[in-house]
Ligand binder design. Structure first.
Ligand SMILES: Cc1cc2nc3c(=O)[nH]c(=O)nc-3n(C[C@H](O)[C@H](O)[C@H](O)COP(=O)(O)OP(=O)(O)OC[C@H]3O[C@@H](n4cnc5c(N)ncnc54)[C@H](O)[C@@H]3O)c2cc1C
Length: 371
């Protein structure tokens, strides 16, 4: 079985699947909508066993060395006093190093930037992808690895099956560590820190630099502030500097200054001094709304979904990358187990649909106090 496989979406999920399937002898092409590539845009990942399995599988275990370890968890009160501490080492690995390493494993014409898929149409012996530039490509199998706003999803789940906003969003900052004020650095660095309040909480930890560096002075402080927004408030905050309401998130530099001012004023009023200082130090905060999504199916004909295109779980789970890795393994294993592609896709769905649904449910339990 050596038909062409077209993967829509060239982030880590699409790359995991592409590398495994190519090594298994399939003819794989990845198409990614980003014009300039995704390098330098990630932060940290908490690696679960699927990620280590993936690194081992492709012989790049060294990627696991690019981690920043927080030795303990601390919980603060509003005044900044540590009210609870727990020895609990946790390592944040570099998303960027993981991405770059997999990207390098797929050189040349197997990975195309600036290819935004607009529609996927099932057809005899496979499916056709139509791109924004008018190009059309047929493949024996199309894999949707195009994330939360997947366009491939419609061909599998129908037009009305969409992620559901759960009532809160996360403000985020990624501050180069040398720009973090002393009051924040002294209390928050080398730790996983938390402050909880009614209907909201903030947490923060160090992650590798955008170049993957883990050396002191080159890392970044990642803070994540969960806040409730009514649907009307969400419309307002997700309207970008050009006045366009974006569907899920706004990247650094896209949030309107008046929204940032309100968020900073709230931080001054509501957060312990160390966290308020870390928030103020971020010149370009960004925001993601939080969604749940369980698809009615992962496969329809010769179109399959994986990663965040398939199941969207809340960020508390920290399992997005592991889930994508698990999907890629299951898809590869199913595809090599039989020469009947339809049977293989059924086996893939049977293996992964329950896992995805469990992860989404786990995220719902973790987010209960916020929703
Ligand atoms: C730039 C970036 C940085 C990230 N950083 C982190 C991080 O630091 N820590 C973490 O835990 N998670 C991070 N994530 C999220 C994480 O990768 C996912 O939660 C998880 O790994 C699932 O990956 P995925 O490949 O399924 O989806 P995603 O990572 O969301 O990737 C989807 C990809 O599909 C592309 N795409 C979307 N629509 C189309 C289209 N119509 N045509 C073609 N391509 C399309 C997107 O540009 C994107 O590259 C990041 C994602 C991105 C895109």
């Amino acid at each position: 079985m050596a038909g062409k496989i077209l993967i829509v979406g060239g982030s880590v999920g699409g790359l995991f699947a592409a590398v495994l399937l190519e090594r298994a002898g399939f003819d794989v092409v990845v198409t990614e909508r980003s014009v300039h590539g995704l390098e330098g845009r990630g932060a940290g990942i908490v690696a679960q066993h699927e990620v280590f399995d993936m690194l081992r599988e492709v012989g790049i275990e060294h990627v696991a060395r690019f981690g920043v370890t927080a030795q303990e968890r601390i919980y603060l009160d509003r005044k900044g006093t540590i009210i609870h501490r727990q020895h609990m080492p946790q390592t944040q690995f570099s998303w960027d190093v993981l991405f770059r390493t997999f990207r390098d494993l797929l050189p040349g014409p197997r990975y195309h930037l600036d290819r935004r898929a607009m529609e996927v149409m099932p057809e005899a012996g496979g499916a056709r992808v139509i791109y924004a530039d008018g190009r059309e490509e047929h493949a024996e199998l199309v894999i949707g690895a195009d994330g939360i706003g997947s366009v491939v999803r419609e061909a599998v789940a129908g037009p009305d099956s969409r992620p559901r906003y759960v009532g809160y969003a996360i403000w985020r900052g990624l501050v180069p560590e040398e720009r973090v004020p002393k009051i924040a650095a002294d209390q928050l660095f080398e730790r996983f820190s938390f402050f909880e309040m009614s209907g909201s909480h903030i947490l923060g930890y160090l992650v590798p630099g955008a170049d993957g560096s883990i050396a002191e002075g080159r890392r970044r402080y990642n803070w994540v502030w969960y806040r409730r927004f009514t649907p009307a408030e969400l419309d307002e905050v997700l309207t970008d500097i050009d006045g366009e309401r974006r569907p899920f998130s706004l990247a650094p530099g896209r949030v309107r200054p008046e929204m940032i001012s309100v968020m900073r004023a709230d931080a001054d009023q509501l957060l312990p001094p160390s966290f308020a200082a870390a928030v103020a130090a971020e010149s370009r905060p960004f925001i993601h709304a939080v969604y749940d999504y369980v698809p009615p199916r992962m496969v329809a004909g010769r179109v399959a979904l994986m990663g965040d295109a398939a199941f969207v779980a809340r960020p508390h789970t920290a399992m997005g990358v592991a889930k994508a890795a698990g999907d890629a393994f299951a898809l590869r294993d199913a595809m090599v187990s039989t020469s009947d592609m339809d049977k293989a896709l059924m086996a893939y769905e049977a293996a992964r649909a329950p896992v995805g649904a469990n992860i989404v449910a786990y995220g719902q339990r973790l987010g209960r106090s916020l929703a």
